[in-house]
Design a protein around this ligand. Structure first.
Ligand code: SF4
Length: 336
């Protein structure tokens, strides 16, 4: 049984310009002990999906899904109380906005101590010191050396990078079953990024923590994730094992992302332009009909005004009328 099972999740936002589908028919399966990467450009709906999983929906959202299950429990019908019992202990999240995720009126230390686990049987007079020890240990693990200073500070006194590390420490201290990490290393320097990814990988290997790693940096995700889900403008483009997607991407969007990965070995002329996909992600109020990649897609044809359904090929899924690298689609490919 998968740990996280999402089928046809749609989120409609009620905006002054009418209703828009920010996420449309998203399906995702995360197995126990897996690290899955969710990749897409800014505005593709990755964070909305994460918030829908943990139940942080806004009043103007309408969330519908055929299935939204965590560890066999239905998150759609769960009461707020039941959901709160899951959060922190079984599901933890690292948010994209680290400073805003802390209470500005309390120091970081007191918020860390609240969630630190204490071994069973610890007498109540030793719990505080035990929690403090745990907090210092986890802060050290995420790369904070001046732990006392950080714990005595308020979130607004720390840099974004320090807040992000403190939030990661909070999220992983309880070794949750599922960790959702939304851009967990955005504000960090390169050496600390590698340390955080190694730590997450270690948690996954030693404690069997399943991780949904959300990022726009495909390069990092391909290095650490067993499986990948590529999302474009609120629709799933492709999903499957990372190695297979890297070797033979089916979807034109995935293929373009992989083709434009930075290559340190390649000689590039001074001041030459970076290779990117032409155009930009459309605004939600002006979505193209059918496949949302249509206006930017090098393979688009008349048929693409109909939204492609998710097709299955062994352990891979993709949504495209004219996919690359499929033997059965040779005819279609040869037309481009
Ligand atoms: S369905 Fe058409 S527009 Fe969409 S990705 Fe495939 S070829 Fe491109």
């Amino acid at each position: 049984m998968p740990l996280l099972d999402i089928r046809n999740l749609t989120i409609e936002l009620n905006t002054p310009h009418g209703k828009v589908k920010a996420l449309e028919r998203i399906s995702l399966t995360l197995n126990v002990g897996e690290i899955q990467g969710l990749v897409g450009e800014s505005g593709s709906g990755r964070s909305l999906l994460a918030k829908a999983i943990i139940g942080l929906s806004e009043p103007n959202w309408t969330v519908n899904a055929d299935r939204l299950m965590f560890d066999g429990k239905n998150l759609m019908t769960m009461s707020n109380r039941e959901r709160r019992a899951l959060m922190g202990k079984h599901i933890a999240m690292v948010f994209q906005d680290p400073t805003g995720s802390f209470d500005p009126a309390n120091d970081v230390g007191s918020q860390l101590l609240e969630v630190m686990p204490v071994p069973k049987g610890t007498p109540f007079w030793r719990r505080h010191s035990e929690r403090k020890k745990q907090a210092e240990k986890w802060l050290h693990k995420v790369g904070i050396k001046n732990t006392k200073e950080v714990m005595d500070s308020y979130a607004w006194e720390l840099s974004d990078g320090e807040c992000q590390k403190a939030m990661i420490a909070m999220a992983i201290a309880n070794k949750p079953q599922l960790l959702i990490a939304d851009e967990p290393t955005t504000n960090m320097e390169a050496s600390t990024r590698a340390q955080i990814f190694r730590l997450l990988n270690q948690l996954n290997q030693l404690q069997n923590v399943s991780i949904l790693l959300i990022s726009h940096e495909l390069e990092n995700l391909t290095k650490w994730c067993n499986t990948l889900t590529v999302i474009y403008c609120g629709q799933i483009a492709e999903s499957g094992p990372t190695s297979k997607i890297m070797e033979k991407p089916f979807h034109p969007y995935t293929r373009t992302l992989l083709a434009h990965l930075p290559n340190a070995e390649q000689q590039v002329a001074h001041k030459s332009m970076m290779q990117t996909m032409p155009g930009s992600i459309p605004a939600l109020q002006h979505l193209p009909i059918g496949c949302r990649l249509g206006p930017r897609c090098p393979k688009a044809e008349r048929k693409c005004v109909n939204q492609p359904l998710i097709a299955k090929d062994k352990d891979r899924n993709f949504a495209c009328h004219f996919p690359f690298n499929r033997e059965t689609d040779n005819d279609a490919n040869s037309r481009s």
